[in-house]
Structures are given as structure tokens and as C-alpha cells.
Design a protein around this ligand. Structure first.
Ligand code: C5P
Length: 244
């Protein structure tokens, strides 16, 4: 595999837009540089899954950032339906517990098998970056520090059949050493040195994230808000190439 293909596999572009038209324009412009397009609740609640097929037809993969969290049976059924929609990559909240994650895995794998597809990639969200240390301790009454808590949930996710976790690049190396190199880590909050942080707090550059073992980098506004998106993407490629 060429170095550019290796980088492309890691790039997850966040389609944080409201309309199908905007999503399609981004997909068309950036598909040469993006392995996976991420569609989340903002887009889904207004457009449904209409763009899923379009992404696949353009030769990329869909990551449905749906963050399931419900009783095990409901999550199992939802996971089955997601796979039936032709999406093999989605996520859920690790705080739903081991049984919920196991049921998601079972439901997703059963349908994938029925359709002759490979075992789906299911990632667990450990701790949302919007949950600060004080929210964790004072509101949620969880007496742990955010890093230990995220690591504990990553291990639970691994033992419950998840493919990996969503985590900050600052936690990626610890997660990899605790859960093994095959356990995937997808990192949001990616900001090249030349871009603006926006409201993201625990940011990391693309090269730092890759050097810490990140398998996937969520790229959002660093590229989508740029006046020359292809140029911004090329700069990110150059930066990653220097550490691969
Ligand atoms: O534009 P930006 O790079 O900040 O976009 C980041 C994307 O990653 C958004 O879609 C956001 O919802 C998502 N995300 C995040 N922090 C997390 C999990 C997901 O920013 N902890």
C-alpha cells in the first residue's frame, strides 16, 4: 500500500452540515483524500440515511456517529438495522455497559454474516470531551479522574467485543498499550499547527495523533472551514507523512 493510501485510510472527514447538498459537495471535493466520511446526529436527524449510498458509490466508507445508548435489546436491534442499511462502521457509548456492547456486537455480526459482509467496526465512546473533571466528580458523582475513567471504559469495551474507542490523542498511547495494537483508536479534536482551535480543548496535531498510535483522525473544521480545502488536506498529508 502506498503512503498516500495509508494516510487516506486514516482520514475521517466530519460532515457536520445540515443539508444533503452541502454534504455531497464536500464528498465530491474531498473524496480523493478521505477514506471515511462521518455522519452524525446533526445530519441524520434532518436528512436520514440518504447520503450513505452516495458515499459508498463514491468509493468511501461511512462512519455513522450515532452513539447508541439504551437497553441491550434495543441497541442490538438498532445495530442490526444499521448493518442492514449497508453501514459497517458505527459507535455506541461504553457507559451502556458490557451486556449492551456484547448485544450490539452479536446483532451486528449476525446481520453482517447473513449479508456476506465482514464483521462491522464498532467503536465505543469512553468519555465525551464535554465532560470535564468537575462534571464527572460533582454532577455524575463518579470518583475518578477523566483519564483513568476513560482507560477503564476502553478495557471494558475491549472485553465486550468492541473494535476500538473514540478518544483524545493524548490517551491513545495508553489505550493501545492496555488494549493491544489491534484495538482501534479514533481521535477527534485534530488541529494542525496552522489552524484555529475553535472551542476544542484537548487538541492535537495530526502528526502527534499518528505518533501516539491513532488509527483514525477526525478532521472537521481544520479542512471544511478552510478557504482552500484541498490545499488544507494536502498540508495534513505532508504532516502525517513525516511521521509514518
Ligand atoms: O470541526 P472539528 O474538528 O472540531 O470536528 C470534530 C468532530 O468530531 C465533530 O463532528 C464532533 O462532533 C466530533 N467529536 C468531537 N469530540 C468528541 C467526539 C466527537 O469533537 N469527543
Amino acid at each position: 500500500m502506498s503512503i498516500n493510501e495509508r494516510i487516506k485510510e486514516k482520514i475521517v472527514l466530519a460532515l457536520d452540515v445540515d443539508t444533503e447538498q452541502e454534504a455531497k459537495a464536500l464528498i465530491k471535493e474531498l473524496k480523493g483524500y478521505v477514506g471515511v466520511f462521518k455522519l452524525g446526529l446533526q445530519f441524520y436527524t434532518s436528512n436520514g440515511s440518504s447520503v450513505f449510498e452516495f458515499i459508498k458509490d463514491e468509493g468511501a466508507e461511512v462512519f455513522f456517529d450515532v452513539k447508541l445508548h439504551d437497553i441491550p435489546n434495543t441497541v442490538k436491534k438498532a445495530s442490526e438495522n444499521i448493518i442492514r442499511k449497508g453501514v459497517g462502521f458505527f459507535n455506541l457509548h461504553a457507559t451502556g455497559g458490557a451486556e449492551m456492547m456484547r448485544q450490539a456486537r452479536e446483532g451486528a455480526d449476525n446481520v453482517a454474516k447473513e449479508l456476506g459482509q465482514k464483521s462491522p467496526t464498532i467503536l465505543a465512546v469512553t468519555l465525551l470531551t464535554s465532560i470535564s473533571q468537575s462534571v464527572l466528580n460533582e454532577e455524575l458523582k463518579i470518583n475518578s479522574n477523566t483519564k483513568d475513567y476513560a482507560l477503564m471504559l476502553a478495557k471494558l469495551a475491549k472485553n465486550s467485543g468492541m473494535s476500538g474507542v473514540v478518544a483524545s490523542a493524548h490517551e491513545a498511547a495508553d489505550i493501545k498499550s492496555a488494549c493491544g495494537s489491534d484495538f482501534k483508536v479514533l481521535c477527534p479534536g485534530i488541529r494542525p499547527q496552522w489552524s484555529v482551535a475553535n472551542e476544542q480543548k484537548r487538541i492535537a496535531t495530526p502528526s502527534y495523533a499518528v505518533s501516539q498510535g491513532a488509527d483514525y483522525l477526525v478532521i472537521g473544521r481544520a479542512v471544511t472551514a478552510s478557504s482552500n480545502k484541498v490545499d488544507a488536506m494536502k498540508k495534513i498529508y505532508d504532516e502525517i507523512e513525516s511521521v509514518l
